[in-house]
Design a binder for this molecule. Sequence first.
Ligand code: BGC
Length: 747
Amino acid sequence: MKTSLKIILTGLLICLFFTNPTFVFAQQKARPTSKQSEIERKINALLARMMLAEKLGQLQQLDGEANGKYRPEHLELARNGLLGSTLNVRGADQSNELQKVAVEQSRLKIPMLFAFDVIHGYRTMFPIPLGESASWDLASIEKSAYIAAKEARSAGVHWTFAPMVDIARDPRWGRIAEGAGEDTFLGSQIAFARVRGFQGTDFSRNDRVMACAKHFAAYGAAEAGRDYNTTDMSVRTLREIYFPPFKATVDAGVGSFMTSFNSINGVPSTANPFLWKQILRDEWKSDALVVTDYTAVMELMKHGVALDEADAARLALNAGIDIEMVSRFVNKHGEQLIQNKKLSMATIDNAVRNVLRIKYQLGLFEKPYADATREQAMLLNAEHRKFARDSAIKSFVLLKNERETLPIKKSTKEIAVVGFLAGDKRNMNGNWAGDGREQDAVTVLEGVKNKLGNSAKVKFAGGCDAKCEDTSGFDEAVKLARDSDFTILTVGEDIDMSAEASSRTDIGLPGRQLELVKRIHQTGKPYAVVLMNGRPLTINWLAENSPAILETWFAGTEAGNAIADTLFGDANPGGKLPVTFPRSVGQIPIYYNALPTGRPFEAQNKYTSKYLDSPNTPLYPFGYGLSYTTFKLSNLQLSQNKISKTGELKVSVDVENTGKRDGAEVVQLYVRDFIASLSRPMKELKGFERVVLKAGEKRAVEITIRAKDLGFYSATNQYVVEDGEFGLTVGTSSDDEGLKNTFAIVK
Ligand code: BGC
């Protein structure tokens, strides 16, 4: 492009930028996995003594019983050195019994590795990951993972299948609940924090577990939001949007990776050498252990890339996977594949090395057993519960609060708690609730009663269950609302609706719940909506009509207490959406960091990018969330206006709590690359900071942006940092006009 034209276009975009919304980055330092030569020596010595059957045994992972018990078959396999690991076997007693057989009765005494999905807590449950991500509080996210690790390790679990770091831009996909939402920058920061929380810097400790970055890759981009469906996208998008959170886990020293169920551009992840050899090993230099997802080797036949069982095993091993979860093709056909020269012994040995290395790094050869006394002291202890309450509070997002409907005055005499979800323990913990027990959870109803004691009458009516097909309980619920001074109306999804294999084409309130809301609304009595859900919902009617909406996701063991703290003003909600809430399914995919179009929206011009029947804008944008207090940003300062391609820029802004209550605000920094060799997003989060301010307090916040984090993948998939003008917006939501300035990266 001619320089003069580039200047004109840049000028034009800068003008537009000051009239349009636009947006940061601060990447944490990588911490490479250290190769310990001592361990490598031990591995070689052990490998030299292993028979092929024992090697294949190390590459096999089998499932336990649903209640955490091992299967009788496991004992026999362990005794013969034919089983390297299990998933779901847990509890000090169970894991020790099985471990004892492996360590004391097998020929080579190789300890077993016990894995489990510790996604948002082991016994003490924290908010589901999407909810926790709404806190934008990295220290808190790291700590909840640490507590989860502490509990899990005490119960004999060495390895968690978390964090799930799949970027998800499609709320129809039920597993959006398990990740950090739609944004690559936020998602990468959270991925790093979660790995650090689980593993620390040394996962041999008795309070840490090995983490697993899953599901590599692009599982969250399943076509049509339908779980397990195929994904198809450019390698550029993979590298720019979907890979960085995985790279962040490598930087945090993650011990393992899991394959995804989907195929990517036609190649199933479990048979995909591009992912495992080129990206993970060659480019990222990671020696993380690679496990397949559940029966994913078997599924290679259904994907239509493997002829038979042996072929599936061959494809997976040659693509670079180490452990086969649940299906047994590698085990069954490994020997034959070697004999037929379809697989080399070096490939098997390499996979076995990766397994043994982790077992040494976890310290299992020295300390194979869990300590039952420690387990007793750890699970659900008072400190963990307290932290669960704090982290739940931080996850709540206040979506609407007209005329200060919230907080509810504690002097209110008669409170109606309406909605099935408010009284159902099972729904507090959320999906993938580890070893969390229903009976441990505090419901909304219990939380409100705990809060108010005898000072108010608190009555409950379910109205209908979460599926809400039967409306026979509506009259009772409406009467209760009419007879009370204030109604807490809890609506949303059942935990099984936002989960694996739980895609939805309609993401509104399930069944006839909206009718119940409308009827309560018609009573004219004050009420607030408490939402429970694991995905964005299309709640347009509520957004327009209900006086107050508090998004609480599935908040874990202390959900009810945390919700009551927030509803009655002992806590002030400060969460921000980590994902866009669309107005309708028809808008999907809708995410804040979209590219510009050549025909941007103009109300008066038909031939611009828009819908005939809906605004382009979302119902609630990424980064959005209110508070019981108000905040003002001022005094935006840049350390300089020009930086080199290796330089950095310090951005500072004053944040003031201008209301009457203490509260938290998340300062968000977005950038826009005006003119580049490729079209760049209208705004991209490149930095943020959560600040807690007392009423009236003012503080300066400083965020650093590095030029090298402002690059992108070129059309030929090279990471490039280009010179030119950038716009910068500091605000409190992705749609916030905020404070603006520009800077340039110079040659
Ligand atoms: C899920 C994984 C999980 C595994 C083991 C699979 O169905 O996709 O995320 O780790 O099961 O429970």
